[in-house]
Design a protein around this ligand. Structure first.
Ligand SMILES: Cc1cc2nc3c(=O)[nH]c(=O)nc-3n(C[C@H](O)[C@H](O)[C@H](O)COP(=O)(O)OP(=O)(O)OC[C@H]3O[C@@H](n4cnc5c(N)ncnc54)[C@H](O)[C@@H]3O)c2cc1C
Length: 319
């Protein structure tokens, strides 16, 4: 949404990971950047996601090159911005099949790739990523870090406000973006970036170009006892309940000692603000049950966070 070939003032709508990283790179390259956020930085999916990163999982698709570039940029950023401060680390990744009806062995079966802390009925565990191809960040800490460096080091401006419609004027026959209305007031801009996750569809121009179907997903953060010795293995589960329901939850141990577990998604109405998204009790209970089945150490763990957020699914077919 660029109004000139040499943009000077860029207004970024939304301070999730996309808006914050865009602000970081543009401000670093000398653009005048204003980030407009309705609620708080990293208050939505970017603060509640798994933070898992993969080099080559999009290969062969339209996002393949972007995913590879992003994976490499994360490694560079970790050097630039003290990645340890936001939980950046390389991880091994396993696909694990768990069946509640199978008997828990108390330890991984001989020949299994599952780490020692997976004490549940793991039918199989196979490596699907290594420390060369998979990594993680703590997404809330990462998003806040890049935004704070954009502001403190590179002069970006951060403001709380509701991004509304674009101000578009005709330059001859060509429509040009001239600014954005924020809380009813016009902020002049050469370019506007709309990075409001699932709320991007509230912008008329975006909704004319694509359809976004919001998908609600749940997650919990657990703190196991230190003696559980949880190793840096990300787990992608195929999980079968004893009632015969199959699910695909994910488990990410974090360098903070916490363990993040997510899954239980559903299509439902998107609230107008991120702080009005509440988790469903049954979904949280199911994630706790998954965690406890996978590992007795997670069953014994302290519950730190119960949360939900929305993923933005784009209809790529709509032009
Ligand atoms: C459970 C779950 C786990 C996930 N795990 C991973 C993972 O492991 N790895 C991975 O790569 N991805 C993961 N994702 C996906 C990832 O979280 C999202 O792709 C990413 O966070 C989207 O970032 P965003 O900045 O586009 O949007 P969001 O994080 O949704 O941020 C949008 C921002 O816009 C703001 N906003 C809304 N309306 C307005 C307005 N009118 N004016 C101003 N601001 C506004 C919101 O308050 C919010 O802060 C996961 C998603 C979910 C749901």
């Amino acid at each position: 949404l660029t109004s000139t070939s040499d943009p000077q003032h860029v207004v970024i709508c939304g301070a999730g990971v996309i808006g914050s990283c865009t602000a970081y790179y543009l401000a670093k390259r000398g653009a005048r950047v204003t980030v407009v956020e309705k609620t708080a930085a990293a208050c939505a999916a970017s603060g509640k996601a798994g933070g898992f990163l993969a080099l080559d999982w999009c290969d062969g698709g339209p996002l393949g090159n972007l995913a590879r570039a992003s994976f490499q940029l994360h490694a560079q950023l970790a050097d630039e911005l003290d990645g340890a401060s936001y939980g950046y680390r390389k991880v091994d990744t396993l696909s694990v099949s768990i069946d509640e009806s199978a008997r828990a062995s108390g330890r991984p079966s001989a020949g299994s790739s599952a780490p020692e802390w997976v004490t549940g009925p793991a039918k199989s565990a196979k490596p699907i990523g290594s420390t060369k191809t998979t990594a993680q960040v703590h997404p809330e800490l990462f998003t806040k870090k890049v935004l704070s460096v954009a502001v403190e080091k590179y002069g970006a401006k951060f403001m709380i406000g509701e991004a509304q419609e674009l101000n578009v004027e005709l330059d001859g026959l060509v429509p040009r973006v001239k600014g954005l209305f924020v809380d009813g007031e016009l902020i002049e801009a050469d370019s506007v970036v709309i990075s409001m996750g699932p709320w991007s569809a509230t912008n008329k121009l975006v909704s004319a170009l694509t359809t976004i179907s919001p998908l609600k997903a749940h997650s919990i953060v657990l703190r196991p006892k230190p003696e559980a010795a949880i190793t840096p293995h990300a787990l992608f589960l195929t999980y079968r309940t004893k009632e015969g329901v199959t699910m695909d939850p994910e488990i990410y141990p974090r360098p903070t000692g916490e363990v993040y577990v997510c899954g239980m998604s559903e299509e439902t109405t998107l609230p107008s603000v991120a702080d009005q998204i509440f988790p469903k009790k049954q979904s949280i209970a199911m994630l706790q049950r998954v965690a406890a089945t996978v590992s007795s150490h997670l069953g014994d763990a302290e519950m730190v966070t119960e949360q939900a957020c929305f993923l933005d699914q784009f209809d790529e077919g709509k032009k």
